[in-house]
Design a protein around this ligand. Sequence first.
Ligand code: UN1
Length: 498
Amino acid sequence: MQTTVTTYKNILGGTQKESASKDFFEKYNPADKTELLGKFPKSNQKDLDEAVGEAKKAFEVWRYTPAPKRAEVLYRAAQITLDEKEELAQILTKEAGKPIAEARGEIQEVIDTYLFFAGEGRRIYGLTGQSELQNKSIITIRQPIGICGLISAWNFPSAVPSWKIAPALISGNVVILKPSKDAPMSGYKLVENLYKAGLPKGCASVLFGSGEFGDLIVRHPDIKVISITGSTEVGKMVYETCGRMLKKCALELGGKNAIIALEDANQDLLLEGVLWGAFGTAGQRCTSTSRLIIQRSSWTDSFLEKLVSTAEKLIVGNGLNEKTQVGPLITASHRDTVHGFTERAKKEGGKVLCGGRVLTGSEHDKGNFYEPTIITDIKPNMELACSEVFGPVLAVIPVNNFEEAINVANNVEYGLSLSIYTKDINLAMQAADKFESGIVYINAPTIGAECGGAAAFGGWKNTGNGTREGGVMALDTYTQYKTIYIDYSNKLQRAQID
Ligand code: UN1
C-alpha cells in the first residue's frame, strides 16, 4: 500500500526549485505498477531560462578553474557514489527495472567514468606543430564551449548521463541535464552528488520533463552543445535543429546489433554470450544483441535447442529480487510495441522457438513483463532482421558461410555493435575490418562497453553522427580548438601565399 509519495523539485543552478508550471508527471515502478515512485515537475521555458541564467554566471568561474581542480570534484563524486552504491542501485532498479546486479554494475560505470575523466583533467591535450616560418610556433589548445544541454534515455539513467556530464564538466563547461521522464530519479541523484562533492553552484542543473521540454533545450539559443541518447527518429530532428543553429551535437541513437557464430565457435562461450547479449537488461540496450547470425553446421540445431531450453529457464521478475535475471520492460506501451514485432515476425514466416508472449500471473501481473523470445528462420530482409525492437527478442538468421554472415550483419541501417565468435584469428580480424559498426567484439557479446581511455562509444550509419562518448574522444564534443601563433622573429613574416 502506497503511503507517502515524494514530490521532487528541479535542481536549478544548485538549489532545489519548483517548476513555474506547478504541474507534475508521475513515475511508477515498471515491475510493480501500483508503486508510485514520485511526482516530478513538468519544466517549462521559464525554468529553462532561469537555469541558463545561472549556468552563464557559473561558466565564467568554472571555465577558469584549472582542470586538475575541476577533477577534484569528479574524484570526490566518485567516492560519494561508491559510498552510496547500494542505495543508488536500488533506486535505479526501481525506476528502470533492471536486475539489481546490473544496476550495481551501472553505478560502478558511473564511478569509472568519473575516475577516468578526472584523470583527463591533468591532460586535455592539444597539439603543437611546425610553422612554415622561422621563429614562429603554433600550438592548438582545447577550450570549453559553454552551456551543454544533456538529454538522456531511461535504459541507462545513471551511466549514460555520467558519460555526458563528466567530459563536459572536466573540459570547463556547465550542464543542464534532462533525465528521461521514464527514469528521472537517477539523474537527479547524480547531480545532487556532484554538488555534495563540491561542484560550484550553477554548474549543473537537472530539469525534469518530457520530449517537448527536451525540444526547448535543443532550441535554446544560449545552449551551445546538445548531447542526446535516444531513438534515431528523435536524433534526426534534433540534428536538424542543431544544424540550423550551428550547434555542436552528439547523437547516440538506435542499434540492430548482431552476433555472428561461425561453425568453429566455442559453443559454451557462445551460449552464454548470446543469452547475456540478448536478454540482459531485457534487451533494452542500444547495444543489445538482437540478431544471431549463425552459420549452418552439424551443431546448429542442437545449439539452438540448448539456447532455447536455457532461455526458458531465465528468471523473469522484479529486479530487486537477487535471483531475477530479466526485469520488466519500461512501460506497458513499450511492451505492446515489442509484442507487435513478434506477432509480425510470425506472420512473415518466423518460427517462434520460445517466448513470444506477455507474461501474466502472480508477480507478473503487476509489471510489464515479457518472455525471453527466440524466433528463427528470419530472412535478412524481414522486419525483425532490420528494425530495432529494444526488448528481449532474438532473431536467428541462419547463413551458409562467412561472407554471407558479414553481408547480413551489415545489411541494416544501424551500425553500433557487431560481434563474431570464432577461433580463427584471420576470420575474426577480417570481420573486425569489414563490420560497419562503431564497436566490434571478438568472442564476446555486443554489450558491455567501457568508458575509459580508448573505449570510444558510438555508432556508424544511422546510429549517430560520428561523435563518441567514453574514451578521450568524448572530449571532442565538449571542447573547441583554438590555434595560437607565436611569432618571435620581431619582424613581419608572411607565410607562402602562392
Ligand atoms: C545504451 O544502451 O544506451 O555497452 C548504452 C553497453 C553499456 C552501455 C549501453 N555499457 O551495453
